[in-house]
Ligand binder design. Structure first.
Ligand SMILES: NC(=O)c1ccc[n+]([C@@H]2O[C@H](COP(=O)([O-])OP(=O)(O)OC[C@H]3O[C@@H](n4cnc5c(N)ncnc54)[C@H](OP(=O)(O)O)[C@@H]3O)[C@@H](O)[C@H]2O)c1
Length: 255
């Protein structure tokens, strides 16, 4: 029997990049997957791919910044499949401005809303059910920028990824002895659509050095598959080959 058989898993940002790869991987392991994101067409494509492979999923289009989004997502998941076992906080966003000099309060607030408040509200929505069953896993895709801030990732983004990692630590402090475990993954560069928003969009040569979404899905699955008694608190994962990013940093400092 696949290791994640009948596990009910919410994956945010499931229409593209790491979220899409993770949703496909969870479904292939027998999980019932709840696909969340704003772009319905992308969620529908992920859903079709899962169904074609014989997996189980539903699409729940939602914008994490909307009030009540978290409650709606969890209510939909629970009424369709039952109590949620795992929450994968993967959706993330960035500002156009990367320098702290040009980052305004509105864009800072928006990045914090998606990257920090979104995972917090979803966590709050799944927690009561998890605590009741003394069983639950929350995995958040943070960023290596949380550890090593760089203008390439940007001031607001790096700060948000530090904040959400701290939030995951808090979950462990508060709830690990009640059966809940939280894990933060700190990836370096992964070849996904989010990089198209950079001042200097990485070319094919740069992207060849990067990790793939499937690599991240493997890491997320590793954290999810371990028996509930074992917790991987943090994973730092970076490309083996570290490319020269001087031009990327200089371009980022201009916006
Ligand atoms: N690629 C990298 O180098 C890298 C490195 C470190 C960390 N990460 C992190 O990895 C995660 C996944 O990103 P990715 O690299 O796979 O890029 P991506 O393909 O652009 O994925 C980001 C996802 O987040 C969703 N999203 C954004 N804002 C949302 C909102 N308000 N409500 C709901 N969903 C929202 C997007 O879907 P919709 O637009 O359809 O809503 C999209 O599917 C992010 O947290 C990112 O910060 C990426």
């Amino acid at each position: 029997m696949p290791p994640l058989n009948n596990q009910i898993v919410i994956v945010t940002g499931a229409g593209s990049g790491i979220g899409r790869a993770s949703a496909l991987a969870f479904a292939a392991e027998g999980a019932s997957v709840v696909l969340v994101g704003r772009r319905t067409n992308l969620l529908t494509a992920t859903l079709a791919e899962i169904n074609e492979a014989g997996g189980t999923a539903i699409s729940v289009p939602a914008d994490l910044v909307e009030p009540n989004a978290a409650e709606t997502i969890v209510a939909e998941a629970t009424s369709t499949f039952g109590a949620v076992d795992m929450l994968i906080n993967n959706a993330g966003t960035n500002t156009t401005a990367r320098s702290i000099r040009t980052t305004d309060a509105t864009s800072m607030d928006y990045v914090m809303r998606v990257n920090v408040t979104g995972p917090m509200l979803l966590t709050q929505a799944v927690l009561p059910g998890m605590l009741e069953r003394r069983h639950g896993t929350i995995i958040t895709v943070g960023s290596y920028a949380a550890i090593n801030a760089s203008p390439m990732a940007g001031a607001a983004y790096a700060a948000s990824k530090s904040a959400v990692a701290n939030l995951m630590e808090n979950i462990n402090h508060e709830f690990r002895n009640r059966g809940i475990r939280a894990c933060t993954i700190y990836p370096g560069e992964v070849d996904t659509p989010i990089l198209d928003g950079r001042a200097l969009v990485p070319d094919d040569d740069a992207r060849r050095t990067m990790m793939h979404s499937d690599d991240m899905a493997e890491i997320i699955l590793l954290c999810a598959r371990l028996p509930q008694r074992a917790l991987i608190e943090q994973v730092i994962v970076r490309p083996t080959q570290l490319r020269d990013t001087q031009a990327d940093v200089e371009a980022a400092l201009e916006v």
